[in-house]
Write a protein that binds this ligand. Structure first.
Ligand code: NAD
Length: 734
């Protein structure tokens, strides 16, 4: 069986069907691309063939390029990877250009054979680029099928001609949601965006494409850019309208990415430069920019973390292998507050039966009403129906009665953050549930091994730490206590898979993994305020690193009182080892003035009457900023970055992290750690461990022991090792 099959029907239409063997989704390999060319050649050479329809033998059309292909090309061409990537890209252009020109006379544009694409399901990346090279695109009317070019989300951009073809079809402005934001569109929207030409009932799809092929005229198959007098829609860069478009687009891209994402900039340059030259030259420009992006370490780090390793973790890369399926049928959620309500929602959406328990019936009902509101919003946006809402709500029983928990195979506890309350509910639950039930706590600060002491079955006790808001945040941190057994880990991982989130599994230590890294980031920001550094410099330095929120804004969002609570509890637990008094002074001062952050419309920032953030609060500057010269941007950035990544290294060194993939994926999904870098450990690999260790030594000498180089990093620096070289498990992931 091969990736594509070729069959000529009685009317002389060659049907090329994509059906990659042993894969649930078509992804393009090098060999398969060569086969596409063979079939184009065969169709063009055969006088009996009138035209071609390309379709898929699977439920969907295509998932894109097999991303391992790019990594392999790089690896195989150690001395000249850029040349090899460029040649590979240009070869792809040549094949698709052959398909697009379809044997036409270059002067008259006559005599070519029509090629239609019958897109029978979701179609992404190179799948869409092949479709764009065809002369007409037919798509199934299934609204669940989506089409687009999501490459930008992985730190690359469409390099199979998609950037040049689509921007030439609709103009730079209209192309931007698809190219720059990677939006995937349903068939109706795809037609409006001109990604497809016709939306057809699934049963009639190939027939509609066939009929079009049989009736197409010469003029129907000439692409606008191959016709005489073609002009870029919306104007090329030196046209007055085009000038405005490109100036605006450049501002928009830089505003959104803060210049941290090389692929977005490259894509824009590519469209700009390509718009001024003939199409074949434009393809060469696209290939050059594409190669440059593939050679940028950011793109391989993003692909590795956001695609390969994220998927591997979702598929159970760290799941104990000898435990049979532990899918959850009935979950008990204790505490119907902010977290409990969200956990009940995502569980019910996954079709799991939920018992949502609180102390008072009103509280339990209020927790359930979160799901009602969520579904109502979905209905208003036409993403859900009344029936779906009823089905989801019918899964949730809101109650105060522990007896209702009978039959639960998993409990997720989200009551107040108080060990004695948690111990009481643990005992109450264990009195009613079966022996097999796994008990998980959603605590964010209390050690799992301590909480497990209240349980009769500590091997069935575990942490499942959700992030707020539960329905939006994709990461779930699973924490093993000292006695947690494999079945509890497997159960938690199977639950996370059911609710379609990404898990990481870590060992029990203060603040687990995500909070352990994010708290020092916030504290370093506040410490700089205390030192008199301009707050806007601190915030902008973070944004320019690609962090979604500066440390001060993040603290306003999570609330100043929570920060105070955590600081006090940490100090009490750590005693003399605690070294954060500097930052605490600022935090406690804000707290004393009732500036609790966004929720009180006053914090590090000022807010207007509608609650909109308007700028840094002048009172903060009046109290702390000095006339002394501010440090340079890089210094501020290094303080913010190393505060986080050193914790990641320590977590690895101490065995809290068992797998570096989890350290990187968890950081990006958990707190938005500079996604362009691929995560904290990838970032260290990008800057190199020798430089990282040297820089930490300097920072430690200047600023204190919190920047001290961990032994592991020092050892790796001495050997010039990388984290992925030493600890990488990419083969297992791929
Ligand atoms: P919350 O105050 O919004 O909700 C707690 C709920 O538990 C309340 O509805 C309360 O009535 C109920 N409750 C208290 N005692 C109970 C008992 N004995 N039996 C049944 N119900 C009881 O708190 P939250 O923000 O949802 O946090 C809950 C847990 O989740 C805490 O352990 C917290 O550390 C953790 N957590 C919170 C966040 C966050 O961002 N808020 C994030 C991750 C984890």
């Amino acid at each position: 069986m091969t990736d594509f099959t070729y069959e000529v029907d009685a009317d002389g239409v060659a049907i090329v069907t994509w059906n990659a063997p042993e894969k649930s989704m078509n992804v393009l390999t090098r060999e398969a691309f060569a086969l596409v060319e063979d079939y184009i050649d065969r169709a063009l050479a055969d006088d009996a063939v009138k035209g071609v329809v390309i379709t898929s033998g699977k439920k969907d059309f295509a998932g894109g390029m097999d991303l391992n292909v790019l990594a392999n090309i790089r690896a195989e061409n150690g001395d000249a990877p850029a040349q090899a990537l460029f040649d590979f890209t240009m070869n792809g252009h040549r094949i698709l250009r052959k398909l697009e020109r379809a044997g036409m006379d270059p002067k008259t544009n006559k005599g070519g054979k029509p090629v239609a694409c019958a897109i029978n399901g979701t179609c992404a990346g190179i799948g869409t680029e092949i479709a764009l090279a065809c002369h007409r695109r037919f798509m199934t009317d299934n609204p669940k099928a989506k089409i687009g070019l999501p490459e930008i989300l992985l730190g690359i951009f469409p390099g199979g001609g998609g950037t040049m073809r689509y921007s030439r079809m609709v103009g730079a402005m209209q192309a931007s949601p698809v190219l720059l934001e990677g939006k995937m569109l349903d068939p109706k929207k795809a037609k409006m965006a001109q990604l497809v030409d016709e939306v057809v009932e699934a049963d009639n799809l190939v027939e509609a494409a066939r009929q079009w092929v049989l009736n197409a005229k010469d003029a129907d198959i000439v692409k606008p850019w191959d016709a005489k007098g073609w002009k870029m829609p919306g104007g090329a860069p030196y046209h007055p309208a085009g000038f405005m478009t490109f100036v605006g687009a450049s501002a928009m891209v830089n505003g959104k990415t803060q210049g941290a994402y090389p692929a977005a900039k490259a894509l824009l340059s590519c469209v700009y430069e390509g718009a001024m030259v003939p199409f074949d030259t434009a393809l060469k420009i696209e290939a050059r920019w594409f190669t440059s992006i593939l050679m940028n370490p950011s793109s391989s780090a993003m692909i590795r973390s956001l695609f390969i390793n994220k998927q591997a973790l979702e598929k159970g890369a760290v799941r104990p292998t000898d435990v049979p399926d532990q899918s959850v049928k009935k979950v008990g959620v204790l505490g119907a507050g902010m977290m409990g309500a969200g956990i009940a929602l995502v569980s019910a959406l996954a079709g799991i039966e939920v018992v949502l328990l609180d102390q008072k019936q009103e509280a339990a009902d209020k927790g359930k009403s979160y799901t009602t509101a969520y579904m109502d919003k979905g209905i208003a946006r036409k993403k859900a129906t009344e029936e779906k809402k009823e089905a989801v709500l019918s899964k949730i029983t809101a109650t105060t009665d522990y007896e209702a928990l009978k039959g639960c195979d998993l409990i997720v506890e989200a009551v107040f953050e108080d060990p004695s309350i948690k111990a009481t509910v643990t005992k109450a639950v264990e009195a009613v549930v079966g022996e097999d039930c796994i008990f998980a706590t959603n605590t964010s600060t209390l050690p799992i091994s301590e909480l497990a002491k209240a349980s009769k079955r500590p091997e069935q006790f575990i942490g499942i730490h959700f992030f707020s808001p539960v329905d939006k945040m994709m990461l779930v941190e699973i924490i093993k206590g000292a006695e947690t057994g494999d079945r509890a880990v497997a159960k938690s991982l199977d639950f996370v898979r059911q609710i379609r989130k990404t898990p990481i599994v870590v060992n029990d230590a203060r603040f687990f993994y995500a909070n352990r890294c994010i708290i020092p980031y916030i504290n370093e920001g506040i410490r700089m305020v205390k030192e008199g550094i301009e707050p806007a410099l601190i915030e902008n330095a973070a944004k320019l690193l690609g962090m979604p929120l500066g440390p001060l804004q993040l603290n306003d969002e999570t609330s100043i009182d929570l920060g105070v609570k955590i600081a006090k509890a940490t100090k009490a637990a750590m005693g003399d080892a605690y070294d954060n008094d500097e930052a605490d002074e600022v935090l406690f001062w804000l707290f004393d003035q009732d500036r609790l952050g966004r929720k009180s419309a006053a914090g590090f920032y000022e807010y207007d009457e509608k609650g909109k953030r308007v700028g840094i609060w002048q009172g903060l500057r009046d109290k702390y900023t000095t006339d002394a010269e501010d440090p340079d941007l890089i210094m501020v950035q290094h303080r913010l970055m190393f505060a986080q990544v050193l914790e990641a290294v320590r977590a690895l060194e101490e065995g809290v992290l068992e797998d570096i993939r989890e350290g990187d994926v968890g950081a990006i999904l958990g707190w938005g750690f500079a996604p362009w870098s691929g995560g904290p450990l990838s970032w260290l690999d990008i800057i190199g461990t020798p430089y990282a260790a040297e820089r930490c030594d300097q920072l430690a000498a200047e600023l204190g022991e919190r920047f001290a180089t961990p032994d592991l990093l020092r050892e790796m620096a001495a050997k010039n090792q990388t984290f992925y070289g030493r600890f990488g498990k990419e083969d297992a992931a791929a």
